[in-house]
Design a protein around this ligand. Structure first.
Ligand code: SF4
Length: 143
């Protein structure tokens, strides 16, 4: 079993209430080859929600919304719940949405809300990578 970001499977769970549907990934879920999870919804956030990015504050990674509020607790809770499901299902591979502050792996938005990318991992991707799970995204999942 693998886990995919819900928005890649066509769920309208993005911050703006839209999806990032990739038909092949949606098909994997429909055929019960994958399950879809959205860490931000698992963390208790509603959809739509305030866009958030990761910023470094006093050497700690925090999740700050465009409203300047701190959503670190919700993003951490979502990452832990996602990670617990992955452990329970003995998942070895996930397909996560690129660049997201939860799901992004390798690159994330830089905290300036200008669409600029920087090196780093989203909260969920970071936790899963520490568990030794292989992380793919919507661009390289066929490799
Ligand atoms: Fe998609 Fe992940 Fe953002 Fe949820 S948290 S909308 S699954 S990128």
């Amino acid at each position: 079993m693998i886990i995919v970001s819900s928005c890649l499977a066509g769920c309208e769970c993005r911050y703006d209430g839209k999806s990032n549907e990739v038909p092949e990934i949606k098909q994997m879920v429909l055929e019960n080859k994958a399950i879809a999870l959205c860490p931000e919804e698992l963390g208790g956030l509603s959809t739509p929600r305030i866009p958030c990015e990761i910023v470094l504050k006093e050497n700690e990674r925090k999740i700050i919304g465009q409203d300047q509020k701190d959503y670190t607790q919700e993003f951490s809770k979502g990452a832990e719940t996602f990670s617990n499901v992955a452990k329970a299902l003995n998942v070895k591979v996930v397909i996560l949405k690129a660049n997201s502050p939860s799901c992004g792996y390798g690159n994330i938005y830089d905290g300036s809300f200008t669409g600029t990318l920087t090196k780093g991992n989203g909260f969920t991707a970071e936790l899963l990578s520490k568990q030794g799970i292989q992380i793919k995204n919507e661009y390289n999942f066929k490799e």
